[in-house]
Design a protein around this ligand. Structure first.
Ligand SMILES: NC(=O)c1ccc[n+]([C@@H]2O[C@H](COP(=O)([O-])OP(=O)(O)OC[C@H]3O[C@@H](n4cnc5c(N)ncnc54)[C@H](OP(=O)(O)O)[C@@H]3O)[C@@H](O)[C@H]2O)c1
Length: 299
């Protein structure tokens, strides 16, 4: 049995929770109780090998979350909108966790939140994967849970998957289609989020009740393209797509993504300086690409 205080980490087999669990284990101040629906998953076993206690828990099963919170000091909470694409479900899961944290007297929760864009824009813009997290943030605070919200910038990892450069049809170059115009967009490697969250757990008094916007740096789409060009040795250009054209692209979340970029164009508060203070190892986009070059080999 460990004498360290225990932090329950949601999504520990995923990108955010995995980064947080590893950083807390490396820091050694707290013990990690990693939550997963399947304790036999290879990623769960890896965490066990690193020293985490791995427990079964499901955001759709209140009893399992209350059991995971027994005797815990704190929790890192992330919910995955993209698992089900339902704002209502994400809100329901988040509020259930907030109620459980309150009932079991957790001393510090770090919640992966985002802005309630619908409320902030007076109903003009809807970004369901933001809006639900914003509602849950407000709920945590309204019931008096000592909670810090971390609002992440777009993952740099998106440039290796969803946003990877596309071959142009009219020449030997690639394009990046993100409807940001010339306005810088904040980004961060999700692998660097854990270091930030671990520092927040180490200084609770400074962060109780606050929302902290995380960003490694903010670049325009052309600047992201320039860094990609340099790293890949292939020309990458801003496709200069408008939000109106983007939302007509026809893939399931096209309208939601266009609205997200409309919101990003308003430059929501992401604090580059604080992010670097909390995790001095945060990588720039250029450093991130240098470490992940292989992932774009096939383009
Ligand atoms: N991509 C971006 O740029 C970006 C930026 C800011 C915020 N976000 C937000 O990040 C969230 C996704 O986080 P991620 O990237 O870390 O996801 P991820 O890598 O896909 O991992 C999802 C995690 O959620 C867990 N999970 C899913 N459903 C669960 C349930 N019912 N009960 C318990 N655990 C459950 C999974 O655990 P098991 O399968 O092991 O149970 C897994 O560990 C989304 O809500 C998204 O809006 C993304």
């Amino acid at each position: 049995m460990t004498s360290k205080k225990v932090i329950v980490v949601f999504g520990a087999t995923g990108a955010q929770g995995g980064s947080v669990a590893r950083a807390i284990l490396e820091n050694k101040k707290f013990a990690v109780r990693a939550l997963t629906r399947d304790v036999t998953r290879p990623k769960a076993l890896e965490l066990r090998d690193l020293g985490a206690e791995v427990v079964k828990g499901d955001l759709n099963d209140k009893a399992s979350i209350e059991a995971a919170f027994q005797g815990a000091y704190g929790a890192f909470v992330v919910t995955n909108f993209w698992d089900h694409l339902s704002k209502e479900k994400e809100v329901c899961q988040g509020k259930m966790v907030a109620d459980a944290a309150k009932r079991l007297g957790l001393k510090h929760v770090v919640y992966s939140g985002l802005e309630n864009v619908k409320r902030l824009s007076g109903g003009k813009l809807e970004v369901p994967h933001f809006d639900g997290k914003g509602e849950v943030e407000e709920y945590f605070w309204s019931i008096g849970v000592p909670m810090t919200s971390v609002r992440l910038a777009a993952y740099f990892e998106n440039f290796l998957t969803l946003w990877k450069p596309a071959k142009a049809s009219d020449g030997d170059y690639y394009t990046l289609a993100l409807p940001m115009g010339d306005i810088p967009m904040d980004g961060i490697s999700v692998a660097d989020v854990g270091g930030v969250v671990s520092s927040i757990f180490n200084s609770p008094e400074e962060f109780f009740g606050k929302a902290v916007g995380l960003s490694a740096e903010a670049l325009t789409v052309q600047q992201y393209a320039d860094v990609l060009s340099k790293s890949l040795g292939k020309e990458v250009r801003d496709a200069k797509i408008t939000p109106e054209a983007y939302e007509k692209l026809g893939f399931p979340a096209a309208e939601e993504m266009a609205n997200m970029c409309r919101f990003y164009r308003m430059r929501p508060d992401r604090d580059v300086k604080l992010t670097h203070r909390l995790n001095p190892k945060v990588k720039s986009f250029s450093q991130f690409l240098a470490e992940n070059k292989g992932a774009l080999k096939g383009i």
